[in-house]
Design a protein around this ligand. Structure first.
Ligand code: FMN
Length: 203
């Protein structure tokens, strides 16, 4: 199966891309799944404007077309969301304004939030509340908060403290659950009830 990891920070050398690359490493090397890493710091996705409402979704932005082709072929997503002023960053919000044409619909997703200190809850509540209605993304109940991220996941193999060891266990266990959801959601996406759901904008 194929997994898309969205690294939600637009800062160069962000902690989110470090966390995303660790997840890519575990998914690819240890769990033997295919990964596509969308780094919002380098993807240069155009911000939503009214030209998005033209009929052909591929005419909006060449960078988004490239990304959406990869995401269309994915079975599940991992959203890596740093906490910025108690929110997700604007580029990540923009991603959810673009991914409303079936790219991520009825696909399971794991949220991994990132905080330089002991916060990290706000991105989870914001994503769970606001990002699923028109995208039809399905967040699994498990999530991960990488707190004190500066001292976590700095080496792909060796943890540097007890917290680092535990967060690695949480990440791997949560990815294993996501893989099971991804298998089951193939059946869900192929069902007539889901394919023919007549209310594309939810309620
Ligand atoms: C604009 C901005 C606002 C931030 N606000 C918060 C915050 O509200 N809570 C928090 O725990 N960390 C906050 N941080 C620190 C981030 O958690 C920290 O930068 C961390 O490394 C994750 O972001 P990154 O992936 O961009 O590196 C903020 C960082 C930035 C750039």
């Amino acid at each position: 199966m194929k997994f898309t990891i969205v690294s939600g920070s637009t800062r160069q050398s962000s902690q989110s891309i470090k966390v995303s690359k660790y997840i890519e490493h575990i998914l690819g090397k240890k769990l033997h799944e295919e990964c596509y890493l969308l780094n919002l710091a380098t993807a240069n996705l155009k911000f939503w404007d009214e030209s998005f409402w033209q009929e052909d979704p591929n005419k909006f932005d060449a960078n988004w077309t490239k990304a959406r082709n990869e995401i269309n072929n994915s079975d599940a997503l991992i959203i890596v969301a740093p906490e910025w002023n108690g929110m997700i960053p604007p580029a990540l919000k923009n991603f959810f304004h673009l991914a409303v044409k079936g790219e991520i619909s009825n696909k399971p997703a794991l949220i991994v939030s990132v905080s330089a200190s002991v916060n990290g809850v706000y991105p989870i509540t914001e994503l769970r509340m606001n990002s699923y209605k028109n995208t039809v993304l399905c967040y699994i109940p498990q999530h991960v908060i990488v707190r004190n991220v500066g001292t976590q996941l700095n080496d792909l193999v060796s943890p540097e403290n007890e917290e680092d060891k535990i967060i690695r266990e949480r990440i791997e266990s949560s990815l294993k659950v996501l893989i099971e959801y991804a298998k089951a959601f193939k059946t869900i996406r192929s069902s007539d009830a889901v394919k023919n759901f007549p209310f594309p904008y939810g309620m």
